[in-house]
Design a protein around this ligand. Structure first.
Ligand code: GFB
Length: 312
């Protein structure tokens, strides 16, 4: 990718797209073509084709998606499958038709079977049944990987895919009903400390294990992979380390300096018991994350500690 490449970042205002935008700017890229979702509804096929015909980007990062935590995935099941399949189908098809040189599709670790052997190797895709709470989202993301591969096989398109683990960082979603666990717990502990509440409630049993990657590390990995990977299939992106939800809560509690107790709401789902990425393929290419989980949580805490979510 030359620094004058015309780059379309789909989803540039989201947590992932904005991190990729920051990273590319740091690397000297200046020729971006960007559209908000208000300006361009990626579910609209004609609008997407008109956009590609007009702008003719040479490189695309497909980071636009309908995303959310376990409850949002489970509640808005139709939206998660429909929006994601429409967005990725339209963008991939238009990228082929308008001769994009290279495209990166971003998925998620939820593509793996619920009970796949851990750590999750890329080869485990489609070897078993999915976790029910996010099956619609996972099916959409699996379709995205397979579309990239099909366009590569039939038309020679250089479309690549990466599957990040659970992410967090600047521009995350703090809506308690829709967010992922890490931003939800950051907000819950910050507000509990501020309001001197006696306890903070975790959903589920606290025993599920999750891996967390700072989104600036993800963006660094995406840039690295865009330069070095040109194959079918996909690469996992993660840290290779996981932690229980209860231990995560204690880490956030310590960072925030909250002195109350932690209680469990076991009526809420746990989701998949463990989701640890095998990152040996990416490591072998020469990429490593920079943030420890402690440093990443501290970084986010500094950014959000004075936020008043009630007034947002
Ligand atoms: O991050 P999360 O919503 O999604 O939840 P998944 C992870 C774990 O944290 C679950 C627990 O066991 C939750 O029950 N948890 C505890 C909480 N307290 C909370 C809380 O206050 N809020 C939330 N959200 N969780 C998502 C998928 O799965 O991961 C998506 O649904 C996607 O499709 C994403 O793959 C990365 O890790 O379970």
């Amino acid at each position: 990718m030359r620094t004058d490449a015309k780059i379309y970042i789909a989803g540039h205002r989201g947590m992932v797209g904005s991190a990729i935008h920051r990273k590319l700017q740091q690397e000297g890229f200046t020729n971006f073509v960007l559209r908000t979702s208000q300006a361009l509804d990626l579910r609209n096929q004609a609008a997407v084709h008109d956009f590609f015909a007009q702008e003719k980007p040479t490189h695309v990062f497909l980071a636009a998606a309908k995303v959310g935590g376990i409850l949002a995935n489970n509640t808005y099941r139709a939206d998660f499958i429909y929006d994601n399949i429409m967005i990725q189908s339209n963008v991939l098809h238009a990228a082929w038709e308008h001769k994009v040189e290279k495209l990166m599709f971003l998925g998620s670790s939820c593509i793996y079977p619920k009970l796949a052997p851990q750590p999750l190797q890329e080869e485990a895709l489609l070897t078993g049944t999915l976790e029910p709470t996010n099956e619609p989202y996972a099916i959409a993301k699996i379709a995205g990987i397979k579309m990239c591969d099909a366009f590569r096989a039939q038309y020679g398109c250089n479309f690549i895919s990466v599957m990040p683990t659970n992410l967090y960082g600047p521009n995350d979603n703090y809506d308690l009903q829709k967010s992922h666990v890490l931003p939800a717990l950051m907000r819950k502990f910050i507000e509990a400390k501020r309001q001197q509440l006696p306890s903070v409630t975790l959903w589920g049993t606290g025993t599920p294990l999750r891996e967390f990657l700072h989104v600036d590390d993800l963006a660094d990995a995406c840039y690295f992979v865009m330069k070095h990977f040109n194959e079918a299939g996909f690469l996992n992106i993660g840290t290779g380390k996981d932690i229980s939800i209860h231990e995560l809560a204690k880490l956030i509690q310590k960072t925030v300096g909250y002195e109350g107790t932690i209680v469990l709401d076991k009526t809420k789902p746990d989701g998949t018991p463990r989701k640890l990425m095998d990152v040996s393929k990416l490591s072998a290419l020469g990429w490593q994350p920079k943030y420890t989980l402690e440093a990443g949580i501290q970084n986010v805490y500094e950014i959000i500690k004075d936020t008043n979510w009630e007034t947002k």
